[in-house]
Write a protein that binds this ligand. Structure first.
Ligand code: ZN
Length: 108
């Protein structure tokens, strides 16, 4: 009786390349900055607006996009940005300015 049957385990299943993720637009990664007060805030590059000198990006106190802090100025890499009640955004560090025109009321 010779029975040394070896169960041939087939070659591992070929991995189907799952090309499900459409990365057409390169999503910018959120990053952190420190405010003049020493608070670490989170800049969301996906949300922002264009200023005269560069982009203004939304700044939050948490990485989850809660607790709006203000704006980040991409022109001078700072968060010293002031916003008035008219929706005008002005960097206090450089000349970057966003005029209140085209302010979308859907934004908070
Ligand atoms: Zn600036």
């Amino acid at each position: 009786m010779s029975g040394t049957d070896r169960a041939l385990s087939g070659p591992s299943h070929g991995n189907d390349m799952d090309a499900g993720e459409a990365d057409a637009d390169e999503a910018p990664e959120p990053f952190t900055r420190e405010t003049p007060e020493g608070e670490v805030v989170h800049v969301d590059p996906r949300e922002g607006d264009r200023g005269t000198e560069g982009a203004f990006l939304a700044v939050y106190r948490t990485p989850g996009g809660e607790g709006r802090y203000g704006w980040y100025c991409a022109a001078c890499d700072g968060v010293a940005v002031a916003m008035d009640t008219m929706g005008r955004v002005e960097c206090t560090n450089c000349d970057n300015l966003r005029k209140p025109t085209g302010w979308d009321a859907a934004h908070e």
